[in-house]
Write a protein that binds this ligand. Structure first.
Ligand code: SF4
Length: 432
């Protein structure tokens, strides 16, 4: 460990790069988690999922406060089966260690080959691999910002192994740890994602590559914030002004072996989408301020540190005090999905049928309203003040009535008795 660096005051660029929530907000978020409960760090996977559902205030608040949503879901009686198997985690770690052996020489060679734009890979051991160790995520984020600044000033190749990046998400800091970041001699910073799924004949599972691209885009956004700070301290016209690459390097095992294969992943679309979605999130301080004063998601853990002692009804009430935007996609992305789905079904909300159906139904908000609209005179659920549905002129209601009439016609035709058919005359003469 570089003791000299650790003893130096934190540089201005690193200080500026660090998001700082107000002390009042920090205290309120700590109250929401419960006394002594440490915040659960947001990872890029969770952030990508959050960005995919920016209308969900519940998730934004719980993630912003660092609440352990998996533990909360268990305490609510609706656990979600999430996470990788221990075997997959161990295999991933061993592959990553292999790829990063010898000072990351193989990783830098792959980066030069796929992202280098004609730049030669350095001799083994010639790339800088700064020590990024420091106390706590804030210290590590500051150390990473300093290392990136030094790399920009020095030029040449630099590999940052597990850097820590800070990203402001809805007014609350999130600390993110990509597998690696490589700094090229031309001043371009690129994200490297190391995954344990195989790349067979240069191609990997599309869904997994898409998920890796969304994660990498989150890291690239966090890197952009550091690059902006570093650029402010870079003299004008400097040769190596920092720039974040819009391609990440995906490294996977080659054809089920333990050897690495790599491919560049274009992040432009994911960057634009994630940037826009994160900007749409309601600020955590606004969400926290709108809660009833004594709301908390504290599980009141027993002495074993695992068993929640708080009644599930009380917790459910706290959770329901923040609005949700359930969609079936939540089942693959959020630990609270079974709880939110149960509540959406209980309330008969059309959201549980999927975003496509929800969009088609316009102002109709519940299954009861849909059935009433289809029958034209059925019982209607009490109108929701937020609902725009009410009039018979609603095009969705009109379409439903037509569909119901067509269905009734088809059923009537199918159940009508089939007229008896006269037996066909036998054509004996011709056969002879
Ligand atoms: S499961 Fe619930 S909390 Fe999670 S994103 Fe969906 S609606 Fe929001």
């Amino acid at each position: 460990m570089n003791v000299f660096r650790d003893s130096r005051p934190e540089p201005a660029a690193a200080r500026e790069a660090r998001p700082r929530p107000a002390a009042g907000l920090r205290a309120r978020l700590a109250e929401l988690r419960g006394p002594g409960v440490p915040p659960r760090p947001l990872d890029a996977r969770a952030l990508a999922a959050l960005a995919a559902n920016p209308g969900c205030r519940r998730r934004a608040l719980l993630d912003g406060a660092g609440v352990d949503k998996a533990a909360l879901a268990r305490a609510l009686g609706s656990p979600a089966p999430f996470g990788q198997s221990q075997f997959a985690i161990a295999r991933g770690h061993s592959f990553e260690a292999r790829v990063k052996a010898d000072g990351g020489a193989e990783l830098i060679r792959l980066a030069a080959e796929h992202l280098g734009g004609g730049t030669e890979a350095p001799e083994p051991g010639a790339a800088a691999t700064p020590d990024l160790s420091a106390a706590g995520p804030q210290g590590r984020a500051a150390r990473t910002a300093l290392a990136l600044r030094e790399a920009a000033a020095r030029g040449g190749w630099t590999l940052l192994d597990h850097p820590m990046l800070a990203l402001d998400v809805a007014g609350s800091p999130a600390y993110l740890e990509p597998d690696a970041v490589v700094v090229r001699p031309d001043g371009v910073w690129s994200v490297i994602e190391i995954k344990s799924f195989p790349m067979i004949d240069g191609t990997a599972d599309t869904a997994k590559v898409g998920a890796a691209a969304r994660q990498s885009a989150v890291y690239a956004l966090a890197l952009e914030q550091v690059a902006e700070q570093v650029a402010r301290h870079t003299p004008e016209g400097a040769e190596h002004a920092p720039r974040v690459g819009d391609r990440a390097l995906l490294v996977c095992p080659k054809d089920f072996s333990n050897l690495p294969a790599a491919a560049p992943v274009d992040l432009r679309k994911q960057l634009a989408t994630t940037r826009r979605q994160l900007a749409r999130l309601t600020r955590v301080d606004e969400l926290a301020a709108a809660l009833p004063e004594d709301t908390t998601f504290d599980l009141r853990l027993a002495d074993d540190g695992k068993t929640a002692t708080r009644p599930a009804e009380e917790l459910a009430e706290a959770v329901e005090s923040v609005g949700a935007a359930y969609a079936p996609e939540c089942l693959a992305a959020c630990e609270l999905a079974f709880h939110c789905r149960g509540r959406a079904r209980e309330a008969g909300l059309v959201e549980s049928l999927g975003r496509g159906v929800r969009g088609e139904l316009g102002g109709l908000r519940t299954v009861g309203e849909v059935l009433a609209a289809a029958s034209g005179n059925g019982e209607r659920t009490p109108p929701d003040p937020a609902s725009t549905y009410a009039t018979d002129a609603d095009p969705a209601a009109e379409a439903l009535r037509r569909a119901a009439a067509l269905r009734a016609e088809a059923l009537a035709a199918a159940s009508a008795p089939v007229p008896a058919q006269a037996p066909a005359p036998r054509e004996e003469a011709e056969c002879r």
